[in-house]
Design a protein around this ligand. Structure first.
Ligand SMILES: Nc1ncnc2c1ncn2[C@@H]1O[C@H](COP(=O)(O)OP(=O)(O)O)[C@@H](O)[C@H]1O
Ligand SMILES: [Mg+2]
Length: 127
């Protein structure tokens, strides 16, 4: 959320929408994101689902638990941390930093995928 409004407005957005649960929205989102990243695109995944299953695809459970545990804190880093001041009428939208997947916090399921994050982009690995 650190980009200027001008930069943000040029980003292409893809939404996968279906009112029914369990039809593959999250799985499709993850796979489209992976393929785009593999093609060298910079991808931002926004997980607004309280179940956090998209987030669980890409970061370790331990890290996810920690993020959720500190969501209410002043330095919380979730979408809730960002909108909380507005919902509680205590302030403005807080800026939160996206989690950089190059920081070695990929979930085991992602590590088993045929792609590896190398030099700021995803490449097909030798797994
Ligand atoms: N193309 C697919 N083929 C088989 N199983 C799938 C496919 N897409 C998703 N699934 C499985 O279906 C279940 C629900 O998928 P999910 O992406 O969580 O759905 P949603 O986000 O719409 O609730 C998961 O267990 C997932 O692994
Ligand atoms: Mg889902």
């Amino acid at each position: 959320m650190t980009n200027s409004p001008t930069t943000r407005s040029t980003a292409k957005r893809i939404s996968i929408i279906n009112h029914k649960g369990g039809v593959g929205k999250t799985t499709l989102t993850f796979n489209i994101a992976t393929q785009l990243a593999f093609m060298g695109k910079r991808v931002l995944l926004v997980d607004a689902d309280p179940q956090c299953s998209l987030t669980a695809y890409v970061i370790d459970g331990e890290v996810l638990d920690d993020l959720l545990d500190h969501s209410d804190d002043k330095d919380g880093a979730t979408l809730w941390s960002a909108v909380k001041p507005i919902i509680e009428a205590t302030g403005n939208l807080r800026e939160i930093e996206p989690i950089d997947l190059s920081e070695g916090r990929l979930a085991p399921s992602f590590q088993r995928s045929p792609y590896v994050y190398v030099g700021g982009t995803f490449r097909r690995g030798a797994k």
